[in-house]
Design a protein around this ligand. Structure first.
Ligand SMILES: [Zn+2]
Length: 87
């Protein structure tokens, strides 16, 4: 199965957890956590809040190291969702 990278949270996901467009088709740019039925699940989320969330996830989940989360955070500004913010 092809692994995709969510263009909102930067987390890898697969077809099983892919986001959905308004017509229920797959949106392969985003994971289901971030994007459902053609809209972001948390529209008010900003980059800083996402960084905090990722660090919290690293603390809670043993399979995610703090280093991994920090690597991810560095790449966030390159993702489609956050690039759009800065235009
Ligand atoms: Zn996501």
């Amino acid at each position: 199965m092809k692994t995709l990278i969510c263009q909102s949270c930067g987390w890898p996901f697969t077809k099983a957890t892919v986001g959905t467009n308004r017509d229920k088709s797959d949106n392969t740019d985003f994971c289901r956590d971030c994007y459902q039925d053609g809209a972001f699940t948390d529209k008010s989320l900003n980059l800083h809040q996402l960084e905090v969330k990722l660090l919290e996830m690293a603390e809670m989940h043993e399979d995610i190291s703090l280093e991994e989360a920090q690597q991810l955070i560095k790449k966030l500004p390159e993702l489609k969702r956050w690039r759009m913010d800065h235009i």
